[in-house]
Design a protein around this ligand. Sequence first.
Ligand SMILES: C[S@@+](CC[C@H](N)C(=O)[O-])C[C@H]1O[C@@H](n2cnc3c(N)ncnc32)[C@H](O)[C@@H]1O
Length: 355
Amino acid sequence: MEAAVVDETRLEELMGQVVGYMTGGAMCFGMWLGDELGLYGVLTDIGPTTADELAAKAGCHPRLVREWLDGQVAGGLVAWDADHDTYALTPEATMALADEGSPAFVARAMNALGSLFIDLPKVTEAFRSDGALSWGDHHPCLFSGTEWLFRAGYRAELPGWISALDGVEETLTGGGTVADVGCGHGASAIVVAQSFPHARVTGFDFHGPSVETARTRALEAGVADRTRFEVADAKGYDGTFDLICFFDCLHDMGDPVGIARHAREHLADGGTVLLVEPFAIDGRAANIAENPMAALLYTASSSICTPNSLSQEVGLGLGAQAGEARLAEVFEEAGFSSFRRAAETPLNLVLEAKV
Ligand SMILES: C[S@@+](CC[C@H](N)C(=O)[O-])C[C@H]1O[C@@H](n2cnc3c(N)ncnc32)[C@H](O)[C@@H]1O
């Protein structure tokens, strides 16, 4: 066999890319650690500070804090005044890393990336066997990471997504009933309840610990009186709803057609399904080439979303990059007559289905 010819320039480029990915992974870990230890919060509270002062205020070892800070500075996350040897967060970094209420807060979402590494033995086992790994068998940091990954976006965008649906805002303003299927920790259900105080919102999820957390979150948010969270499979809940929502979860499920059909059977007359899915461009080739989120989402999908789908009845394995055209087929097969894109963001497709 002839030896493959290696293009030294391309090799160098590839190695640069790999080092970039390694740096990205390390910075994700650094953000996770900073959030876990409360370092960003303390840095924001006390303003420009030395490493020793930050360590003392956060109750951490000063030598480790200094090393972490220099990594944060080198990675462009923390600002450093070399003359005074003090560190600070810019207003933008405060939003992304310290302020839980900001629409850009992302630090805690690093829990979800962490779960990929922690769960490597389970994921390799899935790849080598039947492909199945159920959501609930992941490390719990996946559940909180998912909550914090999506929460800021729901708070910023969800009321607008509901406005983009045909007639739903009017119904919910006067009351109405909403189901949030696959609700996880309840981030989306709570935003709906806060936006529409007269509506009754029920969250369903098959993962008991997530439902428990959702109940706690609803209490903390002051909406426990108008929300309910129940352990139920997406094909197993009861009731009739004006709006049935699936936020970033339908593709995770084994039988999206059966689940959409179940939703159709539980819609009130004139009711609507709101389907929010990760952004994707129709056609694999176009999506791979043009969607800036594709590398991240296919990788997460191969280890979290698709294995969960394969662990359930039917095991369709839609994947997190199914795209609008494939999702439309699912809803058509389930008996819906109308399906359209109501809105989109760089991260989400926002789709409306009606009977
Ligand atoms: C990626 S998470 C999204 C959670 C939540 N919707 C959010 O946006 O934060 C997927 C959720 O779907 C739930 N799930 C997966 N399969 C399910 C099923 N068959 N029935 C009900 N829930 C399911 C999981 O437990 C998990 O909470």
